[in-house]
Design a protein around this ligand. Structure first.
Ligand SMILES: [Mn+2]
Length: 328
């Protein structure tokens, strides 16, 4: 018995499929969505790929990206929907939620917090990326992984592991990435497009954000004993003429500082409303902190929304992190 038997059975039973992933898609969402879409198409299936939000510019080079649709008006009925990299049905977006006939939902994901919203659920928290699971699905379904599928799945795994730096990177992640390179994914070609291809305004914004850096010591003794805050305001976005998603990842600069246990990015979302992103190294569980504010995430990466002034938000986050630090 393979964990993908039921998912493969849905594939054999149907002809017309929908493939979906989450709103605000990143590399794993787009790569897994397109890898799955191309895999199903290679078997002669009629496949619609849907994302509520646009494909980020950085990922528009991915094979199949030009076939993604952003509306499901008048679409369907589908024999089944394959949802990848998404823990909650609501995160698939309004267009999908209001779709009348999605068919049975096959939920393929690696988030531990996945609520098993599918008729078939393949949830593997140990997988570094949903892209790993789409790879396994292809093997289980007898799909011949061509270069186009390989490029998508390589990008999914490479981006979700932070270029194989995060604790989620396993021997299997490397093995699958190696197999994908053998199948035609070119590491340098992909790196150039994904990592060496930043708009200049992103660096203008980063300069302003790094100027706000505030490192606060929260404990004495031990290896990582401080918290690093950076913040980004709507004014900065305006000045840099930058879109919101260009600040994604800036929180990693805060975490990357020597002696820092957790990095915090506070992003102004509205009047007295902030989006807080937390990144930990070492033992602090930032998912616990995020949950205490009504958010969620993983042990090392989590986020939530908070109301108040910037100073109030910062003070509350600092208190919560101190608490988490003392429990760790
Ligand atoms: Mn993922």
């Amino acid at each position: 018995m393979n964990r993908f038997d039921d998912a493969v059975a849905e594939l054999r039973r149907g002809k017309k499929f929908l493939v979906v992933s989450h709103v605000s898609p990143e590399g794993d969402a787009v790569g897994s969505l397109l890898g799955m879409t191309l895999a199903l198409r290679s078997l002669g299936k009629d496949v619609t790929a849907y994302l509520e939000d646009p494909v980020p510019d950085l990922f528009k080079f991915l094979p199949g990206a030009d076939t993604v649709v952003h509306s499901l008006d008048g679409a369907g009925p589908f024999d089944a929907t394959f949802a990848v990299d998404c823990g909650q049905k609501e995160r698939l977006g309004r267009g999908f939620i209001s779709l009348k006939e999605p068919g049975r939902i096959v939920n393929i994901d690696h988030h531990a917090t996945n609520d098993a919203f599918g008729a078939v659920n393949v949830i593997v928290p140990d997988a570094s990326a949903a892209g790993e699971l789409v790879y396994d699905f292809c093997v289980a379904a007898g799909v011949k992984i061509d270069r186009d599928i390989a490029v998508n799945l390589y990008v999914a795994i490479h981006t979700d592991t932070g270029s194989f730096r995060y604790s989620s990177s396993t021997a299997e992640s490397f093995e699958k990435a190696g197999a994908l390179v053998r199948l035609g994914a070119d590491p340098w070609e992909i790196s150039r497009r994904v990592y060496e291809n930043n708009p200049a305004k992103k660096y203008k914004l980063l300069g302003m954000v790094l100027n706000t850096l505030d490192v606060v010591t929260i404990a004495s003794g031990g290896e990582n004993t401080s918290v690093a805050f950076v913040n980004v305001t709507r004014e900065m976005f305006k000045k840099a003429e930058a879109e919101k998603d260009l600040a994604d990842g800036f929180v990693n600069y805060a975490r990357g500082i020597q002696g820092v246990a957790a990095g915090v990015l506070i992003r102004e979302a509205g009047d007295h409303e902030y989006k807080v992103s937390l990144r930990a190294k070492g033992d602090v569980d930032v998912a616990e902190v995020a949950q205490s504010f009504g958010g969620g995430g993983h042990k090392n990466a989590a986020g939530f929304m908070l109301k108040g002034t910037l100073e109030e938000v910062k003070a509350r986050v600092l208190e919560a992190l101190k608490g988490a630090f003392s429990r760790a």
